[in-house]
Ligand binder design. Structure first.
Ligand SMILES: Cc1cc2nc3c(=O)[nH]c(=O)nc-3n(C[C@H](O)[C@H](O)[C@H](O)COP(=O)(O)O)c2cc1C
Length: 160
């Protein structure tokens, strides 16, 4: 099985999650990682499975991920797919809404797994504006690690 993981990460948390997923899948799959920051439209034609992951900012998935889904929707619908988001919203229901808005409904209906995989506030990586927003909304000025490792295991199990 050949698996592509296509992801959009701003400060590296989604990338950490992607590496963890890849490490768990590598026993049974040939896995390749594609950062949309480096290549906005990677070629997924040679893959049986495609996992899509994006972080959420101001309630929205990355524009690069949205554009990738739009450009590749017919091809993605021919494959086994799985979708996730990384985010720090404390309200699970709000996070579920963010996940719903992150990917086209056609892909969500087809997906073998859709999951919220947690996130991090990495203050040292944020610019002034981002620090200001997080301080105001999340009421913290400290780095917070909240990647959901259990949810990652669950997500991967669904794909094995
Ligand atoms: C300015 C800012 C806005 C954010 N807005 C949201 C949000 O609306 N919802 C959410 O769940 N997480 C939000 N987050 C949290 C990010 O999704 C979280 O930091 C994530 O781990 C970032 O992943 P990345 O480093 O891969 O981009 C926000 C973070 C920052 C810095």
């Amino acid at each position: 099985m050949k698996t592509a993981i296509v992801y959009a990460s701003k400060h590296g948390t989604t990338e950490k999650v992607v590496v963890s997923i890849a490490e768990k899948l590598i026993e049974t799959n040939e896995v390749e990682l594609f950062s949309l920051k480096k290549n906005s439209n990677p070629d997924i034609s040679g893959f049986d499975t495609v996992i899509l992951g994006s972080s959420i900012y101001a309630g929205k998935a990355s524009g690069k991920m949205k554009a990738f889904c739009k450009a590749n929707e017919p091809a993605l619908l021919q494959k086994k797919i799985a979708l996730f988001i990384c985010g720090m919203h404390i309200d699970k229901e709000e996070q579920k809404k963010e996940l719903k808005n992150a990917y086209p409904k056609t892909l969500q209906d087809k997906a073998e797994a859709t999951e919220l995989l947690g996130g991090e506030f990495l203050f040292e990586q944020m610019n002034f504006f981002e620090r200001f927003i997080v301080k105001k909304i999340a009421k913290t000025n400290k780095t917070v690690h909240r990647i959901d490792w259990k949810a990652i295991d669950k997500f991967v199990e669904k794909l094995k």
